[in-house]
Design a binder for this molecule. Structure first.
Ligand code: ZN
Length: 545
């Protein structure tokens, strides 16, 4: 069957070669990443024994047996594995164990074995869903990232703390940045992990055809095809569709490619389909000459020669006709901090054959960030029939911070209290209201302790710490807060607080407190629940025509 809407986006790199409007500007520098987050608690999961190193690069693994998806779109839902629900700390520990493995080949092997990308965590609540009830009156740095999951006790500390602060200073506002993402686990650069449910709310990056009659999850499923081994839905929108986020792009008619990779699936308690997806967004990269593509190919040959091949496998990809498996290879070069992935129509022989490439990924490489591709650029080749020339088009990933922490609902990025509530999350330390921000730290500490939890640490930038030191050295010399403050770069536009919850009784009390504030059927408690079901064959959504 023909789905015109899909076809327009399938070979988006080639079709839109003519209409790319961007240029090779540097990645969004305004979003300063948190270079050094606090180290997380010691992992209880021990690293697996390293695999024996082979002298020659490994052969791609034998393809697994045919998936239901190989029978086409109608088999897609059965092919997507069910979400595995685990306690939040188990998920956090598993990711931390993965980061400690030095050999990249082993990291990949372990990532597959541990099924971490399918795993989601129990016991967190969506703080944004609380906000739908307008309680508490927090502001938000952004509306789309869904990095908004948090432990019930941390939510309670934030709610009660802000209430207390506003009793003392009624006009004060605070904004929330990243908490944890859906499913816990690491926050990869450029990737937003979200639950998308058929009965869930719609948002700007919810899914393709968002005004159609199906729910958001079914829409994504209907639009998905296998790409690089993953069921993937793409949509091409103009920057103006991104709402407030459009300000991150140069013009409102710039194209943005939104891609949803489906990681796992399940049913909500109300029986609606939900998907755990990783969403990435890309903007076109204007390539005025063949030079940048030539450089990319040169880099590729270099990494093939000098880098480490960490993954080689056959993957399902529906871009090829007839639908068949393509060859995926991934090299890293830790010293140069580079990584590249290719998808090839043929098995790689000694020499690289650009004419066989389907897609190339180039990215920086960062230690301890498995499956993260900071600064990713995707390259798509286009061939004209009458010549052998390959024209390359590039798409650059839209920046999203990649944290080392914010894994399991203990961490929150919050704005400082600022003068006139202006400039939350903007790097202007002169706008920080030092007295009121200090009072906020005290309230966080007091509220946590009154609930049986405790503030483990508050990260502030060294420059901000010096401001506090200068201002508070007389009045607050002996304050407990000094013991909680840590000087860590990157925290000049926000502070990072980690709250530890010592026992389960406190969590139960917090859940009761939150349930008292919000109706039981609120989606905040509804969506993630521990169910492990075998894949079923229910009402497979009909592909759209
Ligand atoms: Zn943080």
């Amino acid at each position: 069957m023909v789905r015109p809407q899909l076809l327009t986006t399938l070979f988006v790199g080639t079709l839109f070669a003519a209409c790319v409007g961007g240029d090779t500007r540097p990645s969004d520098a305004s979003n300063k990443k948190e270079a050094t987050e606090p180290s997380t608690s010691e992992s209880k999961t021990s690293a697996p024994p390293p695999l024996q190193k082979e002298a020659a690069p490994p052969e791609p693994k034998e393809p697994p047996p045919p998936l239901p998806a190989e029978h086409g779109q109608s088999g897609l839902l059965q092919a997507i594995k069910p979400t595995l629900w685990r306690p939040a700390m188990v998920v956090e520990n598993a990711w931390n164990a993965l980061k400690k493995i030095p050999e990249q080949e082993v990291v990949h092997e372990e990532l597959r074995r541990s099924k971490l990308q399918r795993i989601a965590c129990n016991g967190l609540i969506d703080f944004r869903a609380l906000d739908a009830k307008k309680i508490p009156p927090f502001g938000y740095r952004d509306n789309t990232r869904n990095r908004s999951w948090v432990r019930p006790t941390v939510a309670r500390v934030l709610i009660e703390g802000l209430e207390k602060l506003r009793t003392e200073f009624p006009d004060v506002h605070l904004s929330i940045g990243d908490l944890s993402q859906a499913g816990c686990g690491q926050l990869s650069h450029g990737s937003l992990i979200r639950y998308i449910a058929d009965n869930g709310s719609k948002s700007l990056i919810e899914g393709p055809n968002s005004r159609k009659k199906h729910g958001p999850a079914t829409q994504i499923l209907n639009a998905s095809v296998y790409q690089w081994g993953m069921p993937t839905a793409q949509e091409l929108v103009s920057a103006s569709a991104l709402g407030v986020e459009a300000s991150r792009l140069e013009t409102l008619d710039e194209h943005v490619l939104i891609e949803h990779n489906i990681l796992s699936q399940g049913d909500t308690p109300s029986g609606h389909l939900y998907l755990k997806v990783a969403t990435q967004r890309f903007r076109p990269l204007l390539i005025t000459d063949g030079e940048s593509a030539q450089r990319m190919l040169k880099d590729l040959r270099f990494l093939m020669k000098e880098g480490t091949l960490v993954d080689a496998k056959q993957v399902l990809d529906w871009r090829a006709e007839p639908r068949k498996r393509l060859w995926s290879y991934h090299w890293v070069h830790p010293k140069r901090k580079r990584q590249m992935r290719i998808l090839s129509r043929t098995k790689l022989k000694k020499r690289l054959r650009p004419s066989k490439l389907v897609e190339v990924h180039t990215a920086r490489w960062q230690n301890k960030k498995p499956e993260s591709f900071p600064g990713l650029i995707r390259w798509f080749p286009a061939r004209s029939k009458d010549s052998n020339n390959i024209q390359w088009t590039g798409w650059r990933q839209l920046y999203e911070a990649g944290h080392q922490t914010h894994l399991a609902g203990r961490d929150a990025d919050l704005s400082y209290v600022t003068l006139n509530n202006a400039g939350h999350f903007s790097i202007n330390i002169a706008s920080i209201d030092l007295d009121k921000s200090w009072r906020w730290f005290e309230i966080l500490d007091e509220t946590s302790r009154s609930l049986g939890a405790r503030v483990d640490r508050i990260l502030v930038a060294p420059s901000v710490w010096r401001l506090f030191k200068a201002k508070m050295k007389k009045t607050k010399k002996r304050s407990r807060i000094w013991r909680l403050l840590r000087r860590v770069g990157g925290h000049d536009a926000h502070h990072h607080v980690r709250i530890e919850i010592p026992n389960k009784r406190i969590v139960k009390e917090s859940v009761t407190f939150l349930r008292g504030l919000f109706a039981k059927e609120d989606p905040v408690f509804n969506l993630p629940r521990p169910t492990v079901k075998p894949p079923k064959n229910p009402t497979v959504p009909k592909p759209q025509r």
